[in-house]
Write a protein that binds this ligand. Sequence first.
Ligand code: ADP
Ligand code: MG
Ligand code: MG
Length: 251
Amino acid sequence: MLEIKGLRVAVDGKEILRGLDLSIDAGEVHAVMGPNGSGKSTLANVIAGRDGYQVLGGSVSYRGQDLLALAPEDRARAGVFLGFQYPVEIPGLSTAVFLRAAVNARRKHRGEEELDAMDFLVMVKGRMKELGIREDFLQRAINEGFSGGEKKRAEIFQMALLEPELVLLDEIDSGLDIDALRVVSDGINRLRAPDRAMLLVTHYRRLLDYVPPDRIHVLSEGLIVRSGGPELAGELEESGYGWLRAEAASA
Ligand code: ADP
Ligand code: MG
Ligand code: MG
């Protein structure tokens, strides 16, 4: 599904990712952990195609296609979804209009018929109930007046509607209380599927207790310095990230 080789990325001329390799098979959930500033968001953002990053070298292939050659909107159409660490409010843009356009862009890409306003509403309202999304959600502007937890919930909800194939979630767990974390985790787990891959960026083990990953990678100073199974989350919680600095210094 995703194969990253030797990826080097700079921000403002400073090299942040320094030759990163990572591959994720369809059906798998991988977690990327690591200290603040290690490049986790940079990795997720570069895969999604956000502005402000210079790719210095390496490759990112998605279903055998050169992802870096695609515009961000084409990556989204092709099924790449990035959930934000801090979902933004977009005053003036109706959630219903935005979501229908996004859903129909995905449907078109898959050769499916587009949904008219009525069919879309029926589909969306059913799903809103499942995820406990507040009823005025569709009438509001994107995320306007939502609490942090509500924004994250809305983010997961949008993701479910788009039926993405590669899901990138950047600290979706930050700032969530335990109930919101459960709702968000349930939403993520519901999306686990044999034809879908997920990359969860997180600082903490808590999310991974609810969404057990197949693999965990530890990022430090722009490189994956350790990979392992789910048990790695527990080890990290005990040892912290201090050992990384020692390891980097000796290397
Ligand atoms: P993480 O998500 O692991 O905390 P980031 O990918 O956000 O790490 O950041 C990695 C490094 O890149 C940090 O040193 C950060 O200061 C720098 N960086 C990230 N984004 C920007 C930006 N837009 N402008 C300047 N520096 C940035
Ligand atoms: Mg950070
Ligand atoms: Mg980050």
